[in-house]
Design a protein around this ligand. Structure first.
Ligand SMILES: Cc1ncc(COP(=O)(O)O)c(C=O)c1O
Ligand SMILES: [Zn+2]
Length: 384
């Protein structure tokens, strides 16, 4: 194991678990995180393998035992580009889009899977399973295929067929389930025995490690000065939680000062448990009834990492905001018309959220704002 990582810790009850054994949730039901133990003032250039153009350039900051036995398809180090034309339409002087659609299977989910599958492989796993809204299933199927593992994905049955088709092409088993990702998760636990390692969002500790590299990349791409605001579409919340963890680590390393970005969670009006809990002042979110949105990654009625998202939003001085289905379509069209990107609906939602935050005066318009385009639109073409 990488010498910086000695233990997995529960951020809710503090219980510790050995890092060199397979783990899912803490006994208390909360996600486990791999905490980093560092001496401050390490020079970033000594820790980053700069000739590696994938997220594995940060491999010294990832809890992997054998650096050379990775399951990788060349993910990460995605473009961060200033978009002046779109920015001025939204009322923002300094808008940047981070394009996660260029990842190998078309979304930021690849980041989580490269680390999770690498770690699972070195811990002896041969079969993995997960419920997914779509993109995570495709990513898991691709990386399991690359790792030589069996994979079984449980997907809501109204998901466009391009997602299940992709999973099948990578050799995964696919079960379509009536309902949401929550129902898909229940079906998975009724169908499979414990020989299948559970890769569900935040129910294993390493997908979030892969996602945290978005935080390292932002800092490196902006010359170690983080933006004022990060706007992120959230379902299960690993992107947001991962970046917040990266900022914590970079502060410990002495790579950034104490000024962190305000974190903004974006959800759909048809499924907004985090937005509701945030504005109700709650530490945990109530499950959302009758969740409906075509931004499939945001259709997560209940997230095991709810308290971690809410904690990050509050600690950062950020906020949470919901957008309508029509606004999501408008967001996609705006990005397509005024940039070179073709965003997944979750990215469209985040773009519109930026405009709404200017309109409601949360943003002044002069801040540097990074909006995450978390995936490309291609697989959603039946819907948009
Ligand atoms: C394109 C896209 N954006 C955002 C999300 C939300 O990600 P998370 O569940 O990590 O919050 C998803 C999840 O499926 C997604 O596929
Ligand atoms: Zn616990």
């Amino acid at each position: 194991m990488n010498r910086l990582f000695k233990i997995l810790t529960c951020p809710k009850c503090g219980r510790e678990y050995p890092i060199n054994e397979l783990q899912n949730l803490c006994n208390c039901g909360a996600p486990l995180l791999a905490y980093i133990q560092v001496e401050a003032e390490t020079n970033p250039l000594e820790m980053i393998i700069t000739e590696d153009e994938s997220l594995w350039r940060y491999r010294k900051l990832l809890p992997i035992k054998n650096e050379n036995d990775r399951v990788t398809l060349g993910e990460g180090m995605t473009p961060l580009k200033r978009e002046a034309e779109l920015g001025s339409l939204l009322g923002l002087d300094n808008l940047y889009l981070k394009d996660e659609g260029v990842n190998p299977t078309g979304s930021f989910k690849d980041r989580g899977m490269t680390v999770a599958l690498s770690r699972a492989k070195e811990l002896g796993v041969t079969k993995v399973s997960l419920p997914s809204a779509g993109n995570a299933g495709v990513a898991a199927a691709a990386y399991a295929d690359a790792a030589g593992m069996e994979c079984w994905v449980f997907i809501p049955d109204d998901t466009p067929s391009s997602f299940s088709k992709s999973c099948l092409e990578y050799g995964a088993n696919v079960t379509m389930v009536k309902g949401t990702i929550t129902d898909a998760g229940l079906m998975m636990s009724e169908t499979l025995d414990e020989s299948w390692f559970n890769l569900s969002t935040l129910k294993e500790p390493y997908r979030v490690e892969g996602k945290k590299t978005m935080g390292y990349e932002l800092a490196e791409q902006l010359d170690w000065k983080l933006p004022d605001v990060i706007i992120y579409p959230t379902g299960g919340g690993t992107g947001l939680i991962g970046m917040w963890k990266a900022f914590d680590e970079m502060e410990k390393l002495g790579w950034i000062d104490g000024e962190r970005p305000k974190m903004v969670s974006v959800q759909s009006e048809g499924c907004a448990p985090i937005v509701k809990a945030f504005h109700d002042g709650k530490d945990f979110a109530e499950p959302w009834d009758n969740a409906k949105t075509n931004a499939l990654g945001l259709r997560v009625p209940s997230a095991v990492g709810d308290f971690l998202m809410l904690r990050a939003l509050r600690e950062s001085g950020g906020t949470a905001i919901a957008v309508s289905e029509d606004e999501i379509i408008e967001g996609i069209r705006l990005v397509e018309k005024h940039t070179k990107l073709s965003p997944a609906p979750e990215g469209g939602a985040a773009v519109i959220a930026a405009r709404k935050l200017v309109e409601n005066d949360f943003l002044e318009g002069t801040e540097s704002v990074v909006v995450f385009i978390t995936g490309s639109k291609e697989k959603y073409s039946e819907l948009y």
